[in-house]
Design a protein around this ligand. Structure first.
Ligand code: FES
Ligand code: FES
Length: 166
């Protein structure tokens, strides 16, 4: 079986897998990163969403052989301590019910806000549309994305101010 060395959450991760192994299963089975969830396995639910070069991608649809040189981020690497604005917003209004879909929701939301830091309600709804929640926590998800956008802007402004004062 070939050996792969992928950059995941800022670290090189070496593992053996057949070349058609989906990234999702390499994460979960080879690397013990089980925050990324299996939902449908056919690219339809978003539970397995991770970032690949900053874009929200479905890890069940990406083979490990396609990912050489890519920067992969999973829910475990979004922040060291749960301090990412999206994670904070999720906690603030208790978004999850069963929680199963939530890593994928958070990864989709965070990649979206990196590209669109000041979205409208409709843009949030459209961006999150492909992530299924069987507990139907959609209203709280959309609200939390809006809260996270405000937190993210506030964080950037604070860092800019601190940089100017330094
Ligand atoms: Fe990948 Fe559903 S498990 S999209
Ligand atoms: Fe249960 Fe979304 S919180 S599937």
């Amino acid at each position: 079986m070939p050996t792969y060395n992928l950059k995941i959450n800022g670290k090189s991760q070496e593992f053996e897998a057949s070349e058609d192994t989906p990234l999702l299963w390499a994460l979960r089975d080879q690397l013990d990163m089980v925050g990324t969830k299996f939902g449908c396995g056919i690219g339809q639910c978003g539970a397995c969403t991770v970032h690949v070069d900053g874009n929200a991608m479905r890890s069940c649809q990406m083979q490990v052989s396609q990912l050489d040189g890519k920067e992969i981020t999973t829910i475990e690497g979004l922040s060291e301590d749960g301090s990412h604005p999206v994670q904070q917003a999720w906690k603030e209004i208790d978004v999850p019910q069963c929680g199963y879909c939530q890593a994928g929701q958070i990864m989709t939301a965070s990649a979206f806000l990196d590209k669109n830091p000041n979205p409208s309600a409709q843009e949030i709804r459209t961006a999150m549309h492909g992530n299924i929640c069987r507990c139907a926590s959609y209203n709280r998800i959309e609200k939390a994305v809006g809260i996270a956008a405000k937190k993210q802007v506030a964080k950037v402004t604070t860092v800019e101010t601190e940089t100017k004062l330094a």
